[in-house]
Design a protein around this ligand. Sequence first.
Ligand SMILES: Nc1ncnc2c1ncn2[C@@H]1O[C@H](COP(=O)(O)OP(=O)(O)OP(=O)(O)O)[C@@H](O)[C@H]1O
Ligand SMILES: Nc1ncnc2c1ncn2[C@@H]1O[C@H](COP(=O)(O)OP(=O)(O)OP(=O)(O)O)[C@@H](O)[C@H]1O
Length: 528
Amino acid sequence: MNKGQRKPVLAVKDFSFSYENLNKPLFHQLSFELYERETTLLMGPSGSGKSSLALCLNGLYPEAVEGTSSGSIFFRGKNIRDFHKGEINQKIGIVFQDPDSQFCMLTVEDELAFTLENRKIPNAEMPKRISAVLQQIGMDGFQKRKIHELSGGQKQKIALASVLLLEPELLILDEPTANLDPVSRLEFIRLIRSMQRQFRITVFIIEHQINDWFEIADRVLVMGSNGRIIADGEVNTVFSENKNRLREEGVFLPQQFDDCLNHQNSKSIPTSFDKVIISIENLSFKRNEQMILKNMNLEIRHGEFVAIAGENGAGKSTLLQLMAGLLKPTNGEIYFQDVFLHHWNEKELRKRIGFVFQNPEHQFITDTVYDEITFGMKLNEESEEKIKSTANQLMQQFHLIKHRHSNPFSLSGGEKRRLSVATMLDETPDILFFDEPTSGQDAQTMEELMNIIEKLRENGTSIVFVTHDMDIVDQVDRVIVLHQQKIIYDGIPDNLWGRKEILKKARLCLPYRMKSHDEGVPVYDLVY
Ligand SMILES: Nc1ncnc2c1ncn2[C@@H]1O[C@H](COP(=O)(O)OP(=O)(O)OP(=O)(O)O)[C@@H](O)[C@H]1O
Ligand SMILES: Nc1ncnc2c1ncn2[C@@H]1O[C@H](COP(=O)(O)OP(=O)(O)OP(=O)(O)O)[C@@H](O)[C@H]1O
């Protein structure tokens, strides 16, 4: 049966949407259809309106925000406005970009039971279903854990489990794997594929990078910065016919279409890594009596570009926060420039150490983008002139000028992350800690971020960041891999790629430039 004869699950007709505080519509007269058992990827530059569209598709917007819409959205032929409240949210399940905004209960078990209650599943059946879904996402045993005490990736997995329990007819996933370790990401994609075969669900995914989804995506839609769909069709056709336009828009091209891709290695920057900036001696750290890091020794040198990798929950964010003095070791010592970290004056330390959180919202303390960027400079009593010119330069650099008066919490995911990085660069720090700075960024911003990092390094700043992106790890001077409270690898990335047993233990995979040697094998089977 061709598409002309098939009935769409979802039909969007001439749909436009505007936020009241923006002077023009975010997107205009969008028309497209989604079909049963198809997987459609929505791509587009950061801020183009992808998450806003997802929230319109399941009827949450425009009611839940100050916004207006025109046109219609039909679910199996019925206007979504004509469904009873709550009914449409079960048919169309959505996982938000920020899992924190999804949770309503304290523990994992209560959160998942809440979904089952809404589906009127009998209480007696719940433990079995909860255990089964947690097993599917590799988190059985986490039932009693408090959600706010989970790592970023663990939270994302719980948000995904919750929507899987809903068994919706249409599943909308907004950057669902951004915080997952590489193997969890591939496992999740496989799970979606098998669920789709089993339950005939339709899947709509918002993603910046298509590489992992390439094998299962039937179709790709691209939203342009002009608020219109600029490409729609089968994956190969879209990328081969629109390569230049998509590149101009800052959209990531799949590996096989990206002829500009090369293995850039930042080791070319002349740096002497002799002087130690951070030194860790016999560090141990416990949380709620659980040992997270044990007897760790580590040195970071001036100008070094270091990545920290490892599976979800391995302790990467914890290590970063300890090195930045945001957490105190249970045992052992950390020195910053040869002085005990906790002997430093707090104000002086914050000037010298920059820290970008995994969740950018944890960093925001003011009501506008401008105030956020100038906050540190005002605190340091910089001149009015310097504050203005630095703020303007940073807003230009991070494409935030048009949002200068916006509330940081109303920005798109990528814009929030760019703001959180910009606020750290009002001065050149001695060391900059980044917790997954590149996740959720479009191709253009990613490239610009890497350029900013290179410039900082030229000025001697050390960069230490946590990432699940093996292509970024491929570009650093040194990679540290954490596993079961310890460092199991510390060296150059090129040597890591040959250490299959380490990759396997830490649930890492190879960068794409190395995977491409095995052509013809589906990417999700190419973990080791
Ligand atoms: N609640 C809101 N009020 C006002 N403006 C908003 C609100 N939410 C989003 N915006 C603005 O709408 C634009 C689109 O945001 P949206 O989150 O839909 O983009 P996106 O394409 O998903 O971006 P990203 O790839 O960065 O996640 C952004 O410029 C954002 O600042
Ligand atoms: N506030 C907290 N209270 C108690 N335990 C916590 C807290 N935050 C994290 N943990 C636990 O500490 C361990 C390490 O968490 P951390 O956030 O450092 O992991 P991570 O390697 O950064 O993970 P991810 O890749 O998922 O972001 C995890 O088992 C997590 O559940």
